[in-house]
Design a protein around this ligand. Structure first.
Ligand SMILES: [Zn+2]
Length: 276
């Protein structure tokens, strides 16, 4: 054994086979993610409930119910429905936006070098929405520009070391300054999609983040992860922007801004027709 501080090296070399053998449960995990913790708790809870139910009804044969697959493909194919064991949490967005905290480094990997620049407005009454280049700009001023990237988001400890094979596809939304950082990495290191990036956050409210290259993209070494990412993107590509801002047309925008339909008609617009 050497006394070299392993922590920093571990960040760069990911050996998923190590995770395969030991399983993520046995690893020393300083901070367990809320999701997996609550999942585990509710699985335990569920286990107890099942035991009780069996004890109370000796005559009933529950095996047939256990064999019954209610989470079959007919449910799984419905948009808006996802299935899983009790405890599975679902974001209200089909594709979640990466959010960062000062207490934890995150690890992610940009999936493709296609960037989606989006013009966004924000108002208390409307929330964040995508600019439609009309009354929104007139009433709220120039939009902000965000650069949106689909990313693989890893399950890590606070230092950004991978803890399990759970990955998520999320969207990374950055302003001009951070996008410049990504462009620099891409120029200096070579194709940015080949790498994992560690993300540190200095300011949670304004999501001020910085990137460090953290070795080769780990997810690309695992065929099942590549397949997962491909399937997820194929299915959800049209929803990539929903976590960043909603789509509004002019009429919807004005309604949220507090104009009734009759007030909208009296405004000097040439393209507002009531839908009904
Ligand atoms: Zn606008």
């Amino acid at each position: 054994m050497s006394f070299v501080d392993k922590n920093s090296d571990d960040i760069f070399d990911v050996d998923f086979s190590e995770l395969d053998e030991k399983g993520s449960e046995e690893k020393d995990i300083p901070v367990q993610s809320q999701d997996s913790k609550s999942k585990k708790q509710s699985q335990e809870k569920q286990g107890n409930q099942e035991e009780n139910a069996i004890q109370e009804s000796n005559n009933a044969d529950v095996s047939e119910i256990e064999e019954l697959d209610i989470l079959d493909d007919s449910l799984k194919d419905l948009p808006g429905v996802s299935t899983g064991k009790i405890g599975v949490k679902v974001s209200r967005f089909l594709v979640e936006r990466c959010r960062f905290t000062t207490s934890k480094k995150e690890r992610l990997s940009i999936i493709k070098d296609d960037v989606i620049p989006v013009k966004l407005h924000y108002d208390e009454d409307t929330g964040s929405f995508i600019c439609f280049e009309g009354k929104c700009c007139e009433m709220l001023g120039f939009p902000r520009v965000k650069y949106v990237y689909p990313v693989v988001f890893y399950d890590t400890d606070t230092k950004g070391k991978i803890q399990s094979k759970d990955i998520q596809v999320k969207v990374l939304s950055v302003g001009n300054e951070q996008n410049e950082d990504l462009i620099t990495i891409n120029e200096v290191q070579g194709d940015i999609t080949g790498f994992d990036l560690l993300v540190s956050c200095k300011d949670e409210q304004y999501q001020k983040i910085s990137f460090t290259v953290a070795g080769k993209a780990a997810w690309r070494t695992r065929p099942e992860m590549v397949q997962f990412v491909k399937n997820f993107l194929t299915r959800n590509k049209k929803h990539l922007l929903t976590a960043v801002g909603k789509k509004l047309n002019e009429s919807e925008f004005l309604k949220l801004m507090g104009y009734s339909e009759s007030e909208q008609e009296n405004l000097d617009f040439d393209d507002v027709f009531p839908d009904d």
